[in-house]
Design a protein around this ligand. Structure first.
Ligand SMILES: Cc1ncc(COP(=O)(O)O)c(C=O)c1O
Length: 319
């Protein structure tokens, strides 16, 4: 009989892994809090919280129980023309803790799709008004995910080299890291002067996959202010920074300027299920609401029905 490891090697293609040279994967059979256990009784500390998602630890009994109860009640239902209390409750609670300018929640299924939705909303916002603003600005070395729009917005990371010919044009400016704030401001100014810009997307304060590069909120405030002055939609990709990663509940809580769109995922479900959320302001919504049928937002997925499992923790944070 084959061992787990032999079967893994035979059947599974692991992400971000060079299969020929990588060490064999570690077969984990149980998780509890910050600990992961192997079949032969070894214990490991999950110091990266399984790629930044398990905010409340593995096997959290409250989250596990709520998911089990919900799965027995209703696992999911088509979300166009139908709705359900867990989705409504989660949206209401998210809007209570996000910056006050956020008005509505759009659900999808992971961090990359939350970014795709954000970019599509920003692009369609201008398209609906028949304003030819199409350029997107992002940071060099930024990371926004692995779908094609998210890869386009990401910097020239090694992950994306094979796909360069298939990505759409995004203007990348230097991030305002300590010592290069002026270069970042000047590059922003230049792109704004020379292009018809629709969106500015950024990872607020911490650029995770690019190397945990950090910068100050004051300089991001200045960049957002420049973009807002021209009516450009500012998208905070808080997929990594959200839910307490920077000390405050969201990195954008350190800002004076408020982004127009938020992308959330990872910590959102405590690592139990995949899920993405994109939120936006009333001003953006009005542009979609006022339009004809062909100008509504054409993106959607089936979302699993999870009761908001981590709500207990949130209650603490909200207080
Ligand atoms: C800032 C940021 N945006 C988007 C993503 C993509 O999220 P996902 O892997 O869930 O598609 C990541 C993933 O690490 C991320 O760090």
């Amino acid at each position: 009989m084959m061992t787990w490891l032999e079967k893994d090697a035979r059947y599974i293609w692991h992400p971000y892994t060079q299969m020929k040279t990588a060490a064999p994967s570690l077969p984990i059979v149980r998780g509890e809090g910050a600990l992961l256990m192997t079949e032969d009784g070894k214990t490991y500390i999950d110091a990266v919280s399984s790629w930044w998602v398990n905010l409340h630890g593995h096997g959290h009994p409250y989250i596990a129980e709520r998911i089990a109860v919900q799965a027995r009640t209703l696992e999911q239902v088509i979300f166009a023309g139908f709705t359900h209390p867990p989705a409504i409750e989660l949206a209401e609670r998210l809007l209570q803790i996000l910056p006050f300018n956020q008005a509505k929640v759009f659900y999808s299924d992971n961090g990359s799709t939350s970014v795709e939705v954000a970019l599509k909303i920003a692009i369609q916002y201008f398209h609906n008004q028949e304003i030819p603003h199409k350029t997107i600005i992002a940071f060099e070395n930024g990371y926004h995910g692995d779908t094609f729009g998210a890869m386009s917005a990401s910097g020239d990371l090694s992950f994306n080299i094979a796909f360069q010919d298939y990505l759409f044009q995004v203007k990348h400016i230097p991030p305002p890291l300590p010592g290069q704030e002026e270069a970042s401001l000047q590059a922003m100014n230049k792109v704004l002067l020379e292009n018809k810009v629709c969106a500015f997307i950024f990872e607020p304060l911490v650029m995770g996959a690019g190397g945990m590069l950090m910068y100050e909120p004051e300089i991001l405030d200045q960049l957002i202010e420049m973009a807002h002055y021209q009516g450009i939609i500012c998208i905070a990709d808080e997929v990594m920074t959200g839910f307490g990663r920077t000390g405050k509940l969201f990195a954008s809580h350190y800002l004076k300027q408020q982004p127009d769109i938020f992308c959330l995922s990872k910590g959102l479900t405590g690592g139990f299920l995949p899920m993405g959320v994109t939120t936006c302001t009333q001003a953006i919504l009005m542009l979609f609401g006022r339009m004809t049928n062909t100008k509504r937002f054409f993106t959607g997925i089936l979302i699993p029905l999870i009761r908001w499992a981590a709500r207990r923790h949130w209650q603490v944070w909200i207080c």
